[in-house]
Design a binder for this molecule. Structure first.
Ligand SMILES: [Zn+2]
Length: 135
C-alpha cells in the first residue's frame, strides 16, 4: 500500500485541479463543452500520472530483491528463477502525454542472460496498458 504521505500529495493535486478549474472557468466563461473537457483533462493528467506512478511503485512486485527464492519470477525463456540486478529507471508516457519515471528492480536470468523489466507478468500488463492510444 502507498503511504499517508502519498495520499497527502494526491490530495494537494486534487485541490490543484479544483482550484485550477475554477480559475480557468472564470477566465473562459464562454468555453465550449470540448474546451472545458480539454482543460479538465489537462489538469487531471498530472494527477492521474502521479497516482499511476505511486500505485505502481507501491505494488508488491516493485522489488524482486525483497522476495524469497521460489517467489521470484521465473525466466520466460528457460524457466530458471531470476535474480535481481538492482534498480533501473524507466520513463513512460501515459495518456495525455504525461511522463512518469519508474524505478523498478530489474530481473536477470543467470542461466541464459535474459533480462526482464519489470519482473512480474501482472505488473507488465499494467505498464503495457500505459501505451494504449487515446485521443
Ligand atoms: Zn533464462
Amino acid at each position: 500500500m502507498w503511504s499517508l504521505e502519498t495520499e497527502a500529495c494526491w490530495q494537494l493535486l486534487v485541490d490543484e485541479v479544483m482550484t485550477g478549474m475554477k480559475e480557468w472557468r472564470i477566465q473562459h466563461p464562454r468555453a465550449t463543452f470540448q474546451e472545458i473537457e480539454a482543460a479538465l483533462d489537462a489538469k487531471l493528467s498530472k494527477l492521474r500520472a502521479r497516482m499511476l506512478q505511486d500505485i505502481l511503485l507501491a505494488s508488491k512486485a516493485a522489488k524482486v530483491s525483497d522476495e524469497v527464492e521460489g517467489e521470484r519470477p521465473n525466466c520466460p525463456q528457460c524457466g530458471q528463477p531470476m535474480e535481481s540486478r538492482g534498480d533501473e529507471s524507466r520513463t513512460l508516457t501515459t495518456n495525455y502525454n504525461q511522463e512518469l519515471t519508474l524505478s523498478r528492480s530489474y530481473a536477470h536470468c543467470p542461466a541464459c542472460q535474459a533480462g526482464l523489466f519489470p519482473p512480474r507478468r501482472g505488473t507488465q500488463a499494467v505498464v503495457g496498458g500505459l501505451h494504449s492510444e487515446r485521443g
